[in-house]
Design a protein around this ligand. Sequence first.
Ligand code: MRU
Length: 321
Amino acid sequence: MKHIQFENWKLLLLDQRLLPFEEKFVICNSFEDVANAIKDMVVRGAPAIGITAAYGFAMGIKDGENPEKVYKTLLNTRPTAVNLKWALDRMMKILKSGGDAERLKKEAQEIHEEDIEVNKKMGEFGASLFDKKVSVLTHCNAGALATGDYGTALGVIRSLHKKDLIEKVLVDETRPYLQGARLTAYEMVKEGIPHFVITDNTAGLLMATGEVDAVIVGADRIAKNGDTANKIGTFMLAVLANYHKIPFYVAAPISTFDTTIESGNEIVIEERGRDEVALINGKPVIPEQSQVLHYGFDITPGNLIAGFITERGVLKPPFDL
Ligand code: MRU
């Protein structure tokens, strides 16, 4: 099922908040609807929000809205993933060179299709890193749902599975939003890939007992020196992998590299609302008086990353793209 569909100037998004139990689409009729869908996490994952925003931009221009307002509203939905800016800049460039709404629609469709192609290439490069069956640990959801289709980290896992090189996938549940438990596990079930959902605090034990051959994660923004923003908890995994001498890979398209920044210090980390931590299934799990610190992402230093799996091959910093 295609999770991002554009039909008759409406954007249909599979509501990722309801997965894995319900497969329902949210219909966006305007660029504001698209911005709200990104903000509310109907759609999430760096490349997927870039693609979504590109369609939203085309919709705004078709409706005669002010381009700067459309650009800013979509850009301000989520701060960390650079793919959002990358896609919107590409759309703005087309508009400034005289492109009309139809041309912008075509550009958004191209961004979408290219992303799928790029993921498949990444899958091949990533799979070529391994020549025996492996157990791979992954965090968050860097799969079809987080991209146009196929996925980045899960794209590599898909390609490995096709070559019969997956022993098992260890799926970090990824508290508090549970992208791993809900979305990655959903994708693994659909694809028939052997997997175990683990709590986020299990990785150390499994690495120490030899159950993990490699860690592969996605990324939201990669600085020139390789520092990588990804879902909160990624940094802990990289430190653990380093301690256990397990290779830690980041799979991401070139659109996730931000060569305008030297290091991760320049990356804005999204802070999210209290309820995501304080409530489980709508019920409080912490005292009412307690405050929470809830960062959506962390920064993994580039020197902990064995390689960056991209559509141009497996790269190492410093990047000059
Ligand atoms: O808050 P999310 O779910 O948008 O965060 C997503 C991630 O951190 C992913 O790992 C990242 O975007 C890579 S997706 C291919």
